[in-house]
Write a protein that binds this ligand. Structure first.
Ligand SMILES: Cc1ncc(COP(=O)(O)O)c(C=O)c1O
Length: 479
């Protein structure tokens, strides 16, 4: 049956909830003219409701013309009820986070294993709010005017010390440019370094967004397979055919497969970049979260003249703050300042100062230590639940780090149909294959984010995955 969710805790009558869900599905074209609705008896029994509740919801839809009743055969979606705006909104938003959907999801019982979202309910609202307020009262007048493209010196000086202490990054404050998240840092790199005839050596798989940011310039990607230790250096492309502009890596915690690049590979990579006379772009998006071993120092600290280092506060604090940064080789600083200025002038000044105070007063590190314990528990809970549900048949990919794991299922291919069946069962997972450049090697794997999913949701989510996959495997086995 199609999926209707009801929430008995909501102060909205159940009749209204069923009516609204169906109405939305009809208007958006998800349920099309002529589709036969399941009988009121069936819906009532699946949702454990009185049949009268479902009947009243259907009657309301009938009265408003959304559905028709055919004597003896049931209820059908009426024709001509498809609000283009609903569909257009969905099409225009393809590839973007579905804002309305997220809002509905928060209300419904969908369990979303989206990766890279930190525990939003643990964001230190009060402390952050007080810091912003204090900065606003005490900051010099200049913060309310136009500022320089690289961002406030106060923050860059503090960040410089923080990065040296936590990531072994070697730089002066002048080498830092504050950006709107790591994403803008990537866009600026693409704008400054790439042309239609450029080549980029890049890990495969890697987030689809990053691929798009680079390919939009016309540049060509040269994918290098990744294994449990990040990019496989033995498969770097020969330099006789193309000289890449840069090699893109996520060495602390490869996205999505989760490996950490060992020092031998890091050194091989530096040698390759020197030979190619190209840069290494090191995306260090979630490196603070390591649960069993200490964070591994950056590649930037080994070859600061070759590495463009990208950092972000999206995972360690909040993606909504849109605070990220670039640490550049000195020779590149001026061109990136210009690119940032022409993009959006500079990052918001009050937020930058607040972030500086937040780091300097020790709140950030205290917060990171606190949530690290939470994520470590959530990660273990997820692995335990998967092992309980699937035994040794699955393989878990990824170091004890970050905010997601990858699970590989030997007999399942996560095709759109399988993903849709999971979604219908109220659980959303993310296929690794979506992020693959060379298609076909990762269809058995899904990404499961646990940052913003509590232990109860993890348990229930894995149970829903188990139920769907077991049913599918059984139907494949039956003659
Ligand atoms: C590998 C990687 N780099 C960069 C980003 C972008 O993060 P930000 O929110 O800082 O733009 C993400 C987002 O999840 C990511 O997974």
């Amino acid at each position: 049956m199609f999926w209707i969710t009801i929430d008995r805790e909501k102060p909205i009558p159940l009749i209204r909830q069923i009516y609204s869900e169906l109405r939305t599905k009809i208007l958006s074209g998800e349920l099309t003219a002529g589709y036969k609705l399941p009988s009121t008896r069936k819906v009532a029994s699946e949702l454990h409701l009185s049949r009268n509740v479902v009947l009243e919801a259907y009657e309301q839809l009938l009265a408003e013309g959304y559905i028709e009743s055919r004597r003896g055969s049931g209820y059908f979606i009426a024709s001509g009820i498809y609000l283009e705006q609903h569909a257009r909104m969905t099409e225009a938003g393809a590839g973007l986070p579905k804002v309305d959907q997220h809002f509905n999801e928060a209300e419904s019982k969908l369990i979303d294993f989206r990766s890279g979202v930190p525990a939003l309910e643990h964001f230190p609202r009060n402390l952050w709010g007080k810091t912003v307020q204090r900065v606003c009262q005490e900051a010099p007048l200049s913060v309310f005017g136009y500022n320089r493209p690289e961002g406030r010196t106060e923050l860059r000086t503090i960040l410089c010390r923080y990065l040296y202490r936590t990531r072994g990054v070697q730089c002066d404050p002048e080498q830092i440019i504050m950006t709107s998240g790591a994403t803008q840092a990537l866009t600026l790199i693409a704008n400054v370094l790439l042309r239609p005839d450029s080549h980029v050596v890049i890990e495969d798989p890697i987030t689809h967004d990053i691929q798009s940011i680079f390919t939009r310039t016309g540049a060509r990607l040269l994918p290098v397979p990744t294994d449990g230790y990040g990019m496989d250096m033995e498969q770097l492309p020969s330099l006789s055919a193309h000289r890449p502009r840069f090699v893109f890596v996520t060495p602390s915690h490869q996205f999505p497969l989760g490996g950490t690049m060992p020092i031998q590979r890091r050194l091989q990579l530096i040698r390759y970049a020197r030979e190619a006379d190209c840069y290494i772009v090191e995306d260090d998006y979630d490196s603070e979260f390591r649960y069993e071993t200490a964070p591994i120092s950056s590649i930037q600290g080994l070859a600061s003249e070759r590495v463009i280092y990208i950092g972000s506060f999206s995972k360690i604090l909040s993606p909504g703050l849109r605070q990220g940064y670039l640490v550049l080789p000195k020779a590149l600083v001026a061109s990136y300042q210009q690119a940032k200025w022409l993009s959006d002038l500079h990052a918001p000044s009050i937020d930058q100062l607040a972030l500086g105070v937040f780091i300097e007063e020790g709140h950030l590190e205290k917060y990171v230590n606190r949530v690290k314990k939470l994520y470590k528990k959530r990660r273990q809970c997820l692995i335990d639940a998967l092992q309980l549900a699937f035994g040794d048949s699955i393989r878990i990919w990824g170091e004890a780090a970050g905010l997601h794991i990858v699970a590989a299922f030997p007999t399942i291919h996560f095709t759109p149909d399988v993903l849709a069946a999971l979604e219908q069962a109220g659980v959303r997972v993310y296929p690794v294959e979506e992020h693959a450049i060379v298609k076909g090697n990762h269809t058995d794997k899904i990404i499961l984010g646990y940052g913003n999913t509590n232990e109860a949701q993890i348990g229930e989510g894995v149970e829903r995955i188990r139920a769907v996959l077991t049913r599918m495997l059984a139907s494949l086995d039956s003659p």
